[in-house]
Design a protein around this ligand. Structure first.
Ligand code: GDP
Ligand code: MG
Length: 201
């Protein structure tokens, strides 16, 4: 393949965060396996899926992490965020409380992923999954605000404009998605992956 010829390969860690039941696991399963589960239940522990994309004839691997149910206990640990260079911050457009939580998730993300963790300590280097990015002290994290369940238009509780406004204020990409009917799911992940690629290449 062209990747073998160029010898270039990228591995990006991306995390999905947001309140319980906003559809994080289904967004990931829709993107990675084109699967949706109406009765998905929380999994124990952290899980990730790896998706491969080709950009500029280079193999770009996205290692996408799912909180797997820990979010309800406020127990997402710093190890989950460590080394992340992309994030999807998800709310449910039919539940306002999940939109109100976004500020708190952003704080936590900024703090634990690229804030005050002292990224040069040996412990953190050990945990850093994105070796290629370790030398970039000014690493930008690509962040996308995701308003999921846009198929539930009839019980919408957060307007598109509110999502757009928050995203602009926080410097995030924004997209409404539906893991149920597939709207914008691939697009949301691919925008984040391309942005990370642009940040490092
Ligand atoms: P998580 O806790 O954030 O991982 O959320 P899940 O992916 O487990 O989804 C929680 C519930 O919302 C499940 O019953 C899903 O079937 C449902 N769900 C997830 N995404 C969508 C969506 O886009 N539209 C609708 N209508 N339901 C969804
Ligand atoms: Mg889940």
């Amino acid at each position: 393949s062209s990747d073998e010829e160029s010898g270039e390969e990228y591995l990006f860690k991306i995390v999905i965060i947001g309140d319980s039941a906003v559809g994080k696991s289904n967004l990931l399963s829709r993107y990675a396996r084109n699967e949706f589960n109406m009765h998905s239940k929380a999994t124990i522990g952290v899980e990730f899926q790896t998706q491969v994309m080709e950009i500029d004839n280079k193999e770009v691997k996205a290692q996408i992490w799912d909180t797997a149910g820990q979010e309800r206990f406020r127990a997402v640990t710093s190890a989950y965020y460590r080394g992340a260079v992309g994030a999807l911050i998800v709310y449910d457009i039919s539940r306002r409380s999940t939109f109100d939580s976004i500020a708190r998730w952003l704080d936590e993300l900024k703090m634990l992923a690229f804030g005050f963790t002292g990224t040069s300590s040996p412990a953190n280097q050990f945990w850093n999954h994105v070796q290629l990015l370790q030398s970039h002290s000014d690493t930008t994290v690509a962040m996308m605000l995701v308003g999921n369940k846009c198929d539930l238009e009839n019980i919408r509780a957060v307007s598109v404009e509110e999502g757009t406004t928050l995203a602009e204020a926080e410097g995030l990409f924004f997209m409404e998605t539906s893991a149920l009917d597939s709207t914008n799911v691939k697009k949301a992940f691919e925008i984040v992956i391309r942005e990370i690629y642009n940040n490092v290449s």
